[in-house]
Every structure is written in C-alpha cells, then in structure tokens.
Write a protein that binds this ligand. Structure first.
Ligand code: AP5
Ligand code: MG
Length: 191
C-alpha cells in the first residue's frame, strides 16, 4: 500500500504527473478539482455551489470537500495498491482531517510530493491550457487569485507534513519525463 499526496501551486503539473504515477504504481487517483468539475458539468446542487468559488479562484469550504473525499476513498474499497491524492489537502484543517480519516480507516499517508515550479512558468502553462481547457479559472485574473490563495492557505500544509517527516520536495521545472524521474526516485524509496 502506497498512499501519496501530490501538491503544489496551480499549474505545477499535479494532474500530469498523477497520470504517470497511476500507470507505473497502479494507484487510485483522486483529484478534488476533477471531482468538482464533474459536479459542475452535471449541474448538480453541489456543482453550482462549487462553481461560485472555483470561478473566483477561491477554495470551496473545507467541510464540503472533506465529505466528498471521505466518500470517494471509501468507494475504492480495501483491495487497492494505494491512493494518489491530487489537490487535497489544501488547508491545514483539511490536512488534520485527512490524518484522522486515514487512521480511522487503518491507513496512513506515506509522503507528500511538493512540485516546485517558478511563478512565470505556472502562469505560462495555465494561460496556454486556457486556450482549449474551457476551465472558468484559466484566465489571468483568476490565475493570479489562485496563486495568492495557494501561498496563504496551502503553504502551511507543506509545513504540516515536514513536521511529520513525510515531505518530499520535487523540482518541477523541465520536461514531464524529467520530473517523473525525480518522483520515481522518491516513490521507489517508499515501497
Ligand atoms: P484543481 O483542479 O486542483 O486546480 P489547481 O490546483 O489550480 O491545479 P491545476 O489542475 O490547474 O494544475 P495541475 O497542477 O494539475 O497541473 P496540470 O498537470 O494540469 O482545483 C481547481 C479549483 O477547485 C480550486 O481553485 C478550488 O476552487 C477547487 N478545489 C480543488 N480542490 C480543493 C480542495 N481540496 N479544497 C478546496 N477547494 C478545492 O498542468 C498544467 C498545464 O501545464 C497543462 O496544460 C499541462 O499539459 C502543462 N504541463 C504539465 N507539466 C508540464 C511541463 N513539465 N512542462 C510544460 N507544460 C507542462
Ligand atoms: Mg489538476
């Protein structure tokens, strides 16, 4: 069992690297952003609430996302190789709730992979993606807000996992394959 968190600023490559991790390590992928966008596309009640936050670059309320995450982890069952959490936890309250949730399930987080990418590169990647993504948050105004929210609300999550000695900093610049190579080195040491 290998349970991993992948985090980092908007556009750092969480989704891109998660796909490669799933392929090599056979983990179940849980992206809270993808789950919320699915709810928005289905025009569910939850999706409508989520959209009002996402389109402004704000985080959705902790209680809402913790509940969604718990249900989705539960739905995987116990016969799995592990989980990769993409975009969760994003606040200290979410990190604390995750630790409680995992220990109740008799599971633990092995490491947090923190993808570090320069700000100009993040903006460049997201603006490029915005040309085709259709995401309501891929425009310069919202990207700027997302980056600021990341700095103030999500950076403390890294400190939380540093204290637990489960923090792995990954240099997130370079090609997708180069970055994946750095991730493999860390994950192979955790198996
Ligand atoms: P979320 O969907 O998690 O978005 P994000 O964190 O802003 O990150 P992105 O998905 O935009 O980027 P990514 O890091 O996955 O990078 P990607 O691989 O796509 O969250 C969206 C919103 O949902 C939040 O703002 C919030 O409102 C809400 N939300 C989600 N989770 C929440 C939570 N836990 N609590 C509260 N609210 C929550 O790559 C980006 C682009 O770069 C792609 O086009 C890709 O092809 C390209 N790229 C990737 N790697 C490289 C590379 N090495 N070189 C060049 N280009 C690259
Ligand atoms: Mg993503």
């Amino acid at each position: 069992m290998l349970n991993v968190i992948i985090c980092g600023a908007p556009g750092c490559g969480k989704g891109t690297q998660s796909a490669l991790i799933v392929e090599k390590y056979g983990l179940k992928h849980l992206s809270t952003g993808d789950l919320l966008r699915k709810e928005i596309a289905e025009k569910s009640e939850l999706g409508q609430v989520a959209d009002s936050y996402i389109s402004k670059g704000q985080l959705v309320p902790d209680e809402m996302i913790i509940d969604i995450l718990d249900k989705n982890i539960e739905a995987f069952g116990s016969d799995i190789n592990g989980i990769i959490l993409d975009g969760f936890p994003r606040t200290l309250a979410q990190a604390e709730a995750l630790e409680v949730m995992m220990s109740k399930k008799g599971k633990k987080i092995d490491t947090l992979l923190d993808l570090n990418v320069e700000k100009a590169e993040l903006i460049d990647r997201l603006l490029k993606r915005g040309i085709t993504s259709g995401r309501s948050d891929d425009n310069l105004e919202t990207i700027t807000k997302r980056l600021a929210v990341y700095e103030t609300q999500t950076t403390p999550v890294s400190d939380f996992y540093k204290k637990l000695e489960k923090y792995s900093s990954i240099h997130g610049m370079g090609t997708v394959d180069e970055i994946f190579g750095r991730i493999e080195t860390v994950l192979d040491s955790k198996k």
